[in-house]
Write a protein that binds this ligand. Sequence first.
Ligand SMILES: [Zn+2]
Length: 382
Amino acid sequence: MVGPWKAPPAGAAIVVGGVPIAVKPTLLYLGVVLDSKWNFCAHFERVAPKLLRAASAFGRILPNLGGPAASRRRLYTGVVRSMALYGAPVWANALNRENIARLRQPQRTMAVRVIRGYRTISAEAACVLACSLPWDLDARVLASLYQWRGKVRDRGDVLAPQEIQMRRMELQQEAVDNWRLRLERPSAGVRTIEAIQPVLREWIERDFGVLTFRLTQVLSGHGCFGKYLHKQARREPTPECHECGAREDSAQHTLAECPVWGVEREEVIARVGQDLSLPAIVQAMLSGEEVWQTMLDYSEHVMAKKEAAEREREIQVEADPMRRRRTRRRRAAHDRLATLTSTSGWQTRGRLSPIGKRSSGWKACQVFRHALNGGFGQASAR
Ligand SMILES: [Zn+2]
């Protein structure tokens, strides 16, 4: 390895035990690429494509409707996270904005798969909904724990597993506090983040409540709403509500205002109260499983009807051309999955349909193999 301002002399090599080793600007050591500036950009340049490949491979076996349950989706996220955070104690304190962005991209892909959300959901909102601590903060937890254990070892003390676990939990709590501070100024997904940020700890630590495709639409605002279909998906000429004729059909309109869903909304009001703002709803959902289930039922019922109406509009002969942009293949896959889900339930408890279980298990083996082959198994062997 040479200094930061000079290129290595042409053909320069060091001979160790009779083996010539070329002088380069970077050095691969135990799977971590060291560079002369110690900013680890070369390391992340090498790792980022592998992470994206692994995340997109997992994405192919994690459909929004059907497919593996939330617990298995988190397990797959853990595989990509382990690849991303390999060697974190070495590089965690040298993270710059560029490298944080390289970590954020695959994390967003996996978080969107966990919450069964639209791909347009921002990284911040997806991570919040998926309870996925940003990997740059996660890396600092690992680094702090590693350094703490090293200092204790240097003093000649021996740590019990419970002490290590306690320290790990303390550091994770600090990381969550830092995350909450960071979320005070969200750059995207503002509605979702503003609702969850005040109760972030309760949201993360809850032991009930899974997110389904349709509940995520209501919470994120990315879904079958006139506003989203007009502004982001560009598949509607206006943001109006097709149900009641209101000028803008947003997630909040569907949730609290649209008169067409008045009967369905009565149960939500009975559980949540008259304040149907998203922060109030999120707080109520965290108060117990019954309220969560009520919100889930409302979302499934209402959004399924909106999706059916949207499909009807798409196939109409006189439909606006922009409504027909979904390709035949995508529409067929969507219809097939919608039918599968409607016959096998909403998977609110994380159960799998027999078809999803068999096919996703086999595919998961392939993806695991692919992820591990493309990960640090090869790097450390070299
Ligand atoms: Zn309406």
